[in-house]
Structure formats: structure tokens, C-alpha cells
Design a protein around this ligand. Structure first.
Ligand code: FES
Length: 232
């Protein structure tokens, strides 16, 4: 099996290139295992990982044009192309700078209150939505969903992307949040989403149901007549 791997060190290289190496294939091999083999036996590659089990999101990258978590992406005994995660500046080889994305998302996840929580509100969490909100909390903020979103690629100024939309949906379900999340979702492009489900397909946190969350936000928006005219 051959791996064609993106190489680029902005401090040294005028432009990016690809290296190619034959890798001994084994059954149930993951992309991460194949990269580690090349790194240890053929040529040094800059790449990132930690948990080995879809928890940390650090190994996000592109495999044959599809965003994956390398630690749980199976590879076949064929030739494969490995590139850095789409949508971010390359720091080196397969490592990208996700700091702006992470900062934006952390801000988006903040609970907004116009007044402090009152004693009577404590333990008034809506139990019916708890399973959904706990599932959403599994998002590792790896950026794979955004890298796989065709609408974000085409209309980044109109659609904030699935990672941001999930953060909005999360706070929409939070009984203690006081921001207008339906309005925020619509203003950040909820109706530009084409509901293709690619975010669900590429996300390795299978508990998260992105399209279901968008449907929930749309239903809430429509109850308030917030559906934009371009979507009618
Ligand atoms: S190494 Fe943590 S998600 Fe892949």
C-alpha cells in the first residue's frame, strides 16, 4: 500500500510537495498506524494525535479528500493521499493551526445570561432534553464536520458551518441560557444548510445527530416566523 503524504514547512519550503512511501499493510490498519510507520521507518512527518480513540480530535486530517480522524479511519490495501485538515493554515505537514477555530467555538459555547441564575432555577434543568444535550456534549471540536461541509466551502460568509451550528443548538437546549438562539441560528445560516448530512457522515462522535439538531432549530425558528424569505 502506498501513502502519498503532504509535506510543507513554511519556515523552510517555498512550496508544498508530496512524499510517497510503500507501507506494509495489515488487516484493520488505521491511517494513524500507517503514518506512524512512515514516520518511524522512512521519513519524519509532523502530525498530531493523543488519545488514539476519537476523544481528543487532534488527529483530524484529510484522507483521499475526506475529513477523518486518523486514529479511527481504516485504510485499505490501495494507494492513499493524506493531507492536512481543510480550512486551516498549515503549521507543518499534517499539523494545522486550529486556534482561531477553537477560540470562535469556545465563545459560541458560552452560556449567555442577562441576569444571574436565581435560586428557584437551580435543578430546573429540562430532563426531556438531557439525553440530546449530553450527546451533543461529546463534540471534540476536531473540525472534521466543517471540513466536510459543502455549504461552508461554497458560502463561508453565509453559513457558519456545522461545528458552530451545533454549539448554537447545544445552548438552545440549555434551560439556563437566555440568548435568542433561534435568531442566532438563522442569522448564522441555518437555512443555507442543504441538509445533505455530510456532517453526520464524517463525524466520529456517532451520538451527535447534526441534521436532527438543525431540524429542531428550524422548527423553533418557524414557530416564531423567523424563516428567511430566501428559504421560502
Ligand atoms: S488521536 Fe484523539 S481523536 Fe484521534
Amino acid at each position: 500500500m502506498k501513502l502519498k503524504i503532504f509535506k510543507y514547512d513554511p519556515a523552510m519550503d517555498a512550496e508544498s510537495r508530496y512524499i510517497e512511501h510503500e507501507v506494509p499493510f495489515k488487516d484493520k490498519m488505521t491511517l494513524l498506524e500507517a503514518i506512524v510507520w512512515v514516520h518511524e521507518n522512512k521519513e519524519m512527518i509532523a502530525f498530531d494525535y493523543s488519545c488514539h480513540g476519537r476523544m481528543c480530535g487532534r488527529c483530524a486530517m484529510m484522507l483521499d479528500g475526506t475529513p477523518v480522524l486518523a486514529c479511527c479511519a481504516p485504510i485499505t490495501n490501495k494507494d492513499h493521499t493524506v493531507e492536512p485538515l481543510k480550512g486551516h493554515t498549515v503549521i507543518r505537514d499534517l499539523i494545522v493551526d486550529k486556534s482561531a477555530f477553537g477560540d470562535r467555538l469556545s465563545k459560541q459555547y458560552q452560556r449567555i445570561r442577562t441576569e444571574p441564575i436565581k435560586p428557584g432555577e437551580i435543578n430546573k434543568f429540562d430532563a426531556a432534553v438531557a439525553p440530546t444535550i449530553y450527546d451533543m456534549a461529546n463534540c471534540t471540536r476536531c473540525g472534521v464536520c466543517d471540513a466536510g461541509c459543502p455549504v461552508l466551502a461554497e458560502k463561508p460568509s453565509q453559513y457558519a458551518g456545522p461545528a458552530t451550528m451545533l454549539a448554537i443548538a447545544y445552548r438552545f437546549l440549555d434551560s439556563y441560557d437566555q440568548a435568542d438562539r433561534e435568531l442566532e441560528a438563522v442569522s448564522k445560516g441555518l437555512y443555507h444548510c442543504i441538509m445533505c448530512g455530510n456532517c453526520d457522515k464524517v463525524c466520529q462522535r456517532f451520538e451527535i445527530k447534526h441534521v436532527e439538531a438543525w431540524k429542531m432549530l428550524r422548527a423553533a425558528a418557524e414557530k416564531r416566523n423567523l424563516k428567511p424569505s430566501y428559504a421560502k
